[in-house]
Design a protein around this ligand. Sequence first.
Ligand SMILES: CC(C)(COP(=O)(O)OP(=O)(O)OC[C@H]1O[C@@H](n2cnc3c(N)ncnc32)[C@H](O)[C@@H]1OP(=O)(O)O)[C@@H](O)C(=O)NCCC(=O)NCCS
Length: 182
Amino acid sequence: MALCHPELLTSAHDVELFSCGNPALDDWLKTRALSNQEKGFTAVTVVHEAGRVVGYYGLAPTVVLSPVDTRAIRISLRPGLDYASPDCATPLPCLLLGQLATDIAWTNRSVATALLAHALKRCLVGAQLTGAPAVIVNAPDEQAEFWIRRGFLASEDDPVVLFRSIPDIAASLQAAGLSLPS
Ligand SMILES: CC(C)(COP(=O)(O)OP(=O)(O)OC[C@H]1O[C@@H](n2cnc3c(N)ncnc32)[C@H](O)[C@@H]1OP(=O)(O)O)[C@@H](O)C(=O)NCCC(=O)NCCS
């Protein structure tokens, strides 16, 4: 059976059997995702097979508080930018890709890759509306490689934080032949 197109999580989706190998991401989907979405904290997008969720991601607004990271993000957009510029002031509003996971039964079949492309296209729309300059992910050591291979840069200030600028995301989606939101 084919997977559905990505859609917003609802109470009609079956999340109970979801297992990605990371208990925190499993528990978050089962116990917090729907309420977080209903409260407007996180938009949770899922793909499912006959109602059973096999992959998901969560997008939320965030702010970068670290002056070091703010400068790194701003300078990645405008390399000549003066460190003392008001544009480098904190907090810096950004977009947080807080969760991305695929059920073990579906790994290595490009589910996460497709969800990530979907999420990044959404981020471009969000950035157009809000001016957010970058997408942030939080990834402990063992997960960082996944994001670095996808163009994210490790923060100098906090090893768990990685970011990727919106122009870089737009360029990579375009290079991959994916249509960009207008
Ligand atoms: C990591 C994860 C999202 C990959 O999902 P997937 O649908 O199998 O991914 P795809 O088939 O689209 O792509 C496979 C890629 O994931 C990588 N991958 C698989 N398991 C991984 C893991 N535990 N940690 C890091 N990378 C992993 C593969 O090496 C491959 O990378 P490559 O394309 O650069 O070679 C999925 O295994 C998962 O949910 N793991 C538990 C949660 C987690 O560790 N998340 C961290 C990264 S978001």
